[in-house]
Design a protein around this ligand. Structure first.
Ligand code: MGD
Ligand code: MGD
Ligand code: SF4
Ligand code: MO
Length: 743
């Protein structure tokens, strides 16, 4: 007897609705849900492989606890006893910063990851916080923080209405989009072309996305900030700016003009390897387009000038009046966003409120660079205590961050480590306790993070498609118990965590004059909440207090959990709408076009005008059937063109004597790897490419399939010293390597 159940796909940022086929308690099929209000039936090969990923026999079923050096299966009670016994003494003896927390990418794809890590960080009070953000989008947060006063203010391109899209360092045909949640991104790009719009792609590789474009510019890696600065220069010099509706809300245009005066197209052309005529044309086309959106992603963030490039992306959108207007770039409004506050100055955004102990890196958004994790563990300084205990939730930094070999050793030296992870992999194998979450079919889903980055406002929630298997614990409960065990509340009912959050949130809301519940009794409000458990009641509360919410009865047509459950395919909340000036939280209450930290970083960009790499530089690449480091264990998703090979241009191959398919040695500052070459003109000369997330050959893991075709860890080529100084983001693209033929 089979049945079907709906489940939002958690495997990438596109958040497609899936219809799962379920036989007993096993998921046997997945197809796109045609009635999903957002994805309308779209699905990619990863979504289709949901049953295999969900049912992977290597997924851990029960906790593991280290005893006499070996991990053994344990009960949940034993596991949490071990967590409390491992963390509390470290905090008590060495203080809160001696406990580090590492949060990985899947936290933005789970309900648990949205609701509990903030509580863990708050209760621990540690400054040793590291996340995948500093391998990814921290430059966007810093740019948004400085421009708009809110690190969460990231405008997204209005894909379905724009007339002109300039894509910088993004390959949505493989990635399905990022910081721009759009199921069927490829179809939306084709629709843009079909309605007469234009698409330009800037990427050192001729990607599948580039093949779809009107124009592809194979820029020299790392040079995007120069290109974008020159475009802004042209707009200002040729009087092509038109702030339009933004004019009253923007300050600093004249200061910007002065600051970027010397970044002329002629001055940047050689460094970018794009001629000045083309750069001028790009700027003029952007200005002339009826609506336009500039969008930059991984290739513009994970580079030495990532924050400047991210800032300039927004500067171009602002100077052309495309910020906050339909067809341009807009700020989404998610159903679980906080109650919108009144227009007016905010508290602004501060960087570097504290610094890392060893290399003195400034914090950004409360985080330290994950590139500095190993040294914060293995280096003793006079400044303070090293990290002695580590909590790792859904992260695999041994593969995803620079210099995994050093991190391997550092993790081994810890007094205590707990990992929340479904796999025994390159990172979790170092843990003293591994707490495995259930597979996605047994977990609820709501996109707290991605609805705030989506090209259409909409809201969807799916309950677990399959009941929790006996012996399993929901990830929400695992994290609630982890919060308690790590902060001295071990043994307390985990439901108390949610009850406390609800009480505190409602108490605050009733005191806010702009809240729909101002002046009411928090206990009376809490009694209205529905939901089967703590996390559902928290979702209900957030929906009710949110911008579309029922305000606990104030707006009878508004959203709440019951209403959402009555719409299993989701509720469409309409196209993106302008939100300025309400969205601004700067101290001035305006968009601050040339913030001080940015101005102070421009001299470094000026130096880059003169830099020319004389050897090869390496960039990454993604494959549609892969996702970071944890999807190589499913046979259906590996093989074919999804292989860990070094892409190299034919000219470079000839010069270096490299033959297609033959092994090559790649050497970087952090180490070297040997990998098969793939000679292809899809990459520009002077640049080679390796995908990340491979290197599954370490002992002590349980990744049966992945370890048969392990690939190599590209991040071993890095030593962790290359960062974008403003954001602490790792430089993962455009770093120098030496390539030699032979293994
Ligand atoms: N060279 C290079 N390196 C890169 C990148 C690059 O482009 N080039 N990209 C970077 C980017 S953008 C990112 S986001 C990072 C990602 O870096 P990480 O977040 O460290 O890596 P992931 O591979 O996403 O691993 C996540 C871990 O979560 C586990 N996991 C999967 N599902 C769940 C779940 O439901 N619950 C829990 N608790 N755990 C789960 C997996 O088993 C895995 O161990 O990698 C970065 N590294
Ligand atoms: N299939 C698949 N999908 C994924 C993931 C995955 O691993 N696999 N990871 C998910 C995650 S965590 C994220 S953050 C997103 C990322 O989503 P995207 O940003 O779309 O990721 P990439 O495919 O890495 O695209 C980055 C592009 O930048 C180019 N590039 C490299 N250096 C430079 C440069 O200096 N300048 C310019 N202009 N371009 C450059 C690369 O050649 C590459 O094509 O994808 C998500 N979706
Ligand atoms: S595009 Fe992303 S969300 Fe959609 S099915 Fe594929 S992996 Fe899942
Ligand atoms: Mo990412």
């Amino acid at each position: 007897m089979s049945r079907t159940a709906l489940r939002i796909c958690p495997l990438c940022e596109a958040t497609c609705g899936l219809t799962l086929t379920i036989d007993g308690t096993r998921v046997t099929g997945a197809r796109g849900d045609r009635e999903d209000v957002f994805s309308r039936g779209f699905i990619c090969p990863k979504g289709a492989a949901f049953p295999a990923l969900d049912g992977d026999p290597d997924r851990l079923r029960v906790p593991l606890v280290r005893e006499n050096g070996e991990l053994r299966e344990a009960t949940w009670e034993e596991a949490f006893d071990a967590v409390a016994a491992g963390i509390r003494p470290v905090v008590e003896r060495h203080g809160p910063h001696s406990v580090g927390v590492v949060l990985g990418n899947p936290n933005v794809h789970t309900v648990a990851g949205a609701l509990y890590p903030p509580l863990l960080l708050g209760a621990l009070g540690t400054r040793s916080v590291f996340t995948a953000s500093t391998l990814d989008q921290m430059p966007k947060h810093v740019a948004g923080g400085l421009l708009y006063g809110d690190a969460g203010a990231i405008p997204v391109p209005d894909l379905d209405r724009t007339a002109h899209l300039l894509l910088i360092g993004a390959n949505p045909l493989e990635s399905n989009g990022s910081l721009c949640t759009a199921p069927d991104f490829p179809g939306r790009l084709r629709a843009l072309r079909a309605r007469g719009g234009t698409l330009t792609v800037v990427d050192p590789r001729r990607t599948r996305t580039a093949e779809l474009a009107d124009r592809h510019l194979a820029i020299r890696p790392g040079a995007d900030a120069l290109l974008l600065a020159a475009m802004a220069h042209v707009l200002l010099e040729e009087d092509l700016t038109d702030l339009a509706h933004l004019a009253p809300h923007v300050q600093g245009v004249d200061e910007l003009r002065d600051a970027i005066r010397d970044f002329t197209p002629e001055a940047v052309a050689e460094a970018c390897d794009i001629d000045a005529v083309t750069i001028r044309a790009l700027a003029r086309e952007l200005a002339a387009a009826p609506t336009a959106a500039v969008y930059g992603r991984i290739g513009s963030c994970t580079v030495p000038h990532g924050t400047l490039a991210s800032w300039l992306v927004d500067v171009l959108n602002i100077l052309t009046g495309n910020l906050d207007r339909p067809g341009g770039v807009l700020f989404p409004q998610a159903a679980t966003d906080r109650t919108p506050r009144p227009v007016g100055p905010g508290r602004g955004f501060a960087l570097g409120r504290w610094h890392s102990r060893v290399s003195n890196h400034p914090e950004a958004k409360g985080e330290l660079p994950i590139s500095a994790l190993a040294e914060e563990i293995d280096t003793v300084t006079a400044e303070g205590e090293p990290i002695r205990a580590l909590v790792v939730v859904a992260a695999n930094p041994v593969l995803s961050a620079p210099d995994g070999d050093r991190l391997d050793e550092a993790l081994d030296s810890l007094d205590f480590m707990v990992g929340v992870d479904p796999y025994l992999n390159e990172t979790s194998r170092h843990a003293h306790v591994v707490l495995p979450p259930p597979p996605p079919s047994q977990s609820p889903h709501h996109d707290f993070a991605f609805n705030a980055l989506a090209v259409r406002n909409q809201v969807r929630y799916t309950r677990p498609a399959v009941p929790l298997e006996p012996g399993r614990m929901a990830e929400t409960e695992i994290l609630a118990r982890l919060v308690l065990a790590a902060t001295g509340g071990h043994g307390t009912d985990p439901a108390a965590v949610d009850a406390l959050v609800i009480e505190q949130t409602l108490r605050k809301a009733v005191g806010e004059p702009h809240s729909p519940v101002h002046g009411r009794d928090p206990r009376e409000l809490a009694a209205h909440l529905t939901g089967e458990n703590g996390p559902e009641r928290r979702l209900d509360m957030m929906l009710r207090l949110g911008p579309y919410g029922d305000g606990f009865g104030v707006r009878p047509d508004g959203l709440n959990l019951d209403r959402l459950l009555a719409h299993p395919h989701g509720i469409d909340l309409g196209p993106l709408r302008p939100r300025l000036p309400q969205r601004l939280k700067t101290v001035s209450g305006r968009v601050e076009l040339l913030p001080r930290p940015i101005a102070d970083d421009l001299p470094r960009l000026r130096e880059a005008l003169r830099e020319r790499p004389d050897g090869l530089v390496l960039v990454g690449r993604r494959h549609l059937r892969s996702n970071n480091s944890w999807m190589h264990n499913v046979p259906a998703l590996t093989g074919g063109s999804n292989r860990c090979t070094l892409h190299i241009h034919p000219e470079d191959a000839v010069r270096l004597g490299v033959r297609d398919g033959a092994p090559v040695r790649v050497k970087g500052a952090g180490g070297e790897v040997t990998v098969p070459a793939e000679v292809t003109d899809r990459i520009r000369p002077g640049v080679v490419s390796l995908p990340h997330g491979w290197g599954h050959d370490r002992p002590g893991t349980r990744l049966t399939h992945a370890s048969t075709t392990p690939g190599v860890n590209v991040n071993q080529l890095l030593d962790g010293s290359r960062l974008d100084p403003l954001s602490g983001n790792a430089v993962l693209n455009g770093f120098p390597v030496e390539v030699t033929a032979g293994g």
